[in-house]
Design a protein around this ligand. Sequence first.
Ligand SMILES: CCCCCCCCCCCCCCCC(=O)SCCNC(=O)CCNC(=O)[C@H](O)C(C)(C)COP(=O)(O)OP(=O)(O)OC[C@H]1O[C@@H](n2cnc3c(N)ncnc32)[C@H](O)[C@@H]1OP(=O)(O)O
Length: 306
Amino acid sequence: MYSTDTYYNVFPWHTNHFGSLHGGIYMSWLIDTAGILMSSISQGNYLLASVDYLYLFRPARLGDILRVTAEAKASWSSSVEIEVRGCIKRGTNEELGAIGLMSYVAVDENGRPRSLSVKIEPDQEAEKRRAKRLERKKKISGDTSELLPGMSFGRSYVRTIYPEHGFGNGILYAGKMYMMLDEALAIVAKLYSKGNTFTASAGSADFLVPVKIGDILEIQGAVEYTGNTSLDVGAKIFAINHFTGTRRLVSRTVFSFVSIDDQGKPRPISKLEPSSEYERSIMENRIKEREERIKLSKTLQQRACQ
Ligand SMILES: CCCCCCCCCCCCCCCC(=O)SCCNC(=O)CCNC(=O)[C@H](O)C(C)(C)COP(=O)(O)OP(=O)(O)OC[C@H]1O[C@@H](n2cnc3c(N)ncnc32)[C@H](O)[C@@H]1OP(=O)(O)O
C-alpha cells in the first residue's frame, strides 16, 4: 500500500479570529501531503491534474495537531489517484476533520506526462471516476469566456505570481493556489452575506495549464447559489501573460461557504435571484450538483481516521 502521514501543529498564525484553522491553509496541508506521497511514487517531477473534492467537515482549532494521511487508490500509465484525510488529534482520540480526492500526473522536465514504474490496479469504481474526470475536463477545455458579466454578485481578484508562490520549476504551487482561491472566494461570500463565513468545501477542479511565475493570476468569483445559511461561490481562474495579453483558463471550480454569526453558528442569508438566463442556468447546474455533493459528503463523513 502506498501511503504517508504528516503532522501539523495549528498555531495562531494559521487561525482566524474564531481560533479555527483557515480553510485555505487546511486545504494546502491536504495538498502538501498528497504531493509528498506522489513524490515517492513518481520518483521525479509531477503536477496536480485535478481535485474531485475537498470537504472540510470539522474545524481544527488553535493548539490541535492535525495528522494528514494520504493513500494512493489507483494508478494508470502516468496518473495516480490519491485520497487524503485530515484527522484532528485531541489526546488519544482522532476525529475526521477533512477528506479529499485528487489526481497527480508524473511529468518530465518539459512538464509532459511520462510513464510511471509502479502500478496500483484500479477497480471498476476508480475507472468510472477517471472517465468522469476526463469528460469533465473536456467540457471546459478551450473555454476562455469570463464568469462575471451577467452575474449579479461577484468580484475579481488579481495578483502577480512571484517566485515565493512557486515550487522550484517556475510554476505556481497548487497549495498556494488554494490559499488564494479560498481568500478570493471568501471575500465574495463575506461581502454578499455581510458577515463572516466558514469554508465548507471545494468542488471539482481540473488544472488545464500551469500558472507560470511572472504570470498575472485572475480569479473571477461569483455567487452561483444561495441556500438558507450557505452559499456557493463559483470561480474561473485565468493566467494572463501581460507581454502578449494572452489569457488562458486555468480551471473552473466552486467553493461552498456557511455564513456564521458572532458565536460561529450558521446565520441566514438573503436569496440570490438570477438576473439573466446565463445566471439561471449556472444556478440550476449548481442545484443538481449540490444534491450529489451533499450525498457524498454524508457518506464520506462516516469514514474513520485509520
Ligand atoms: C527541482 C528538481 C526537483 C526534482 C525532484 C522532484 C520532486 C518534484 C517536486 C514537485 C513538488 C511540487 C509539485 C506540486 C504540484 C503542483 O503544485 S502542480 C500545480 C498545479 N497544476 C498544474 O499546473 C497542472 C497544469 N496542467 C497540465 O500541465 C496538464 O494538463 C497535465 C496535468 C500535465 C496533463 O497533461 P495533458 O496533456 O492535459 O494530459 P493528457 O496527455 O491528455 O493525459 C496524460 C495523463 O494525465 C491524466 N489527466 C489529464 N487530465 C486529468 C485530469 N483533469 N484529472 C486526472 N487525470 C488527468 C490522463 O488521464 C493521462 O493519464 P494516464 O492515462 O497517462 O495515466
